[in-house]
Design a protein around this ligand. Structure first.
Ligand code: PEP
Length: 252
């Protein structure tokens, strides 16, 4: 991971009562040591962000949203905007998660608009990219990841990545217990960095590229040891304080 400071971010998805979330936040706060080299963040459901803000203020642990509207305010029933997330102290927001792409038909174009909406609100987007099993088996991994990445690069230029994080999340590894091998992940991470480097070497060198897909305490070390893997976006394991903390510790 070179000189880039690792980031371990938890994507809670649509999980957690208020009481369960309070316990989880307390557990994470207790377990995350200031000696960690890694930065730690949690992304709870919108409705739990005030609780995260209350529990994590001053802890050094960041919090963020899992999605945002392309609009900043107005008649968009059911949506939450970037400025609202910022108002609740969010640092990050996940953009283009594969579940949003698959279940809510988010296109590359919409994802690129959300990426900009995040930055316009002063948030750091965590842009998710990744291929399905069918695409991998058809030898299309690089083409798919390049298409998802270039949709953002073409719209916002390489400058957009001066303050952004990328998460490579092979769809077949998300929530399946099937992790990419360290080499499979490293190959795609290197490919992504190469696409950034083709536009600007310094930005490529500084951009954190996280791996996501069934990462846990037991497999984090070997994944995070890869030169182009700069942390993790963690789903299932982020709902257990011990597992999540173990990943943070493995990140250095
Ligand atoms: C995710 O959805 O971002 C993810 C990585 O999930 P999991 O860790 O459960 O595979």
């Amino acid at each position: 991971m070179g000189t880039r400071r690792p980031l371990v971010a938890g994507n809670w998805k649509m999980n957690g009562s208020r009481a369960e979330s309070a316990t989880l936040l307390d557990g994470v706060k207790k377990g995350v040591s200031s000696a960690f080299r890694a930065e730690v963040a949690v992304c709870p459901p919108f409705i739990l962000l005030p609780l995260a803000a209350e529990k994590l203020a001053g802890s050094g642990i960041a919090w963020g949203g899992q999605n945002l509207s392309v609009h900043s305010a107005g008649a968009y029933t059911g949506e939450v905007s970037g400025p609202m997330l910022k108002d609740y102290g969010c640092t990050y927001v996940i953009v283009g998660h594969s579940e949003r792409r698959a279940f809510y038909s988010e296109s590359d174009t919409l994802v690129a608009e959300k990426f900009a909406a995040a930055q316009n609100a002063g948030l750091i987007p965590i842009l998710c990219v990744g291929e399905t099993l069918q695409e991998r088996e058809a030898g299309q991994t690089e083409a798919v990841v390049a298409r998802q990445l270039e949709a953002v690069l073409d719209k916002h230029g390489i400058g957009g990545f001066k303050n952004a994080v990328i998460a490579y999340e092979p769809v077949w590894a998300i929530g399946t217990g099937k992790t990419a091998t360290p080499q499979q992940a490293q190959d795609v991470h290197r490919f992504i960095r190469g696409r950034l480097a083709a536009r600007d070497k310094a930005v490529a060198e500084n951009t954190r590229i996280l791996y996501g897909g069934s990462m846990k305490g037991g497999n984090a070390g070997e994944l995070l040891a890869q030169p182009d893997i700069d942390g993790g976006l963690i789903g299932g394991a982020s709902l257990q304080a011990d597992e999540f903390i173990a990943i943070g510790r493995a990140a250095g």
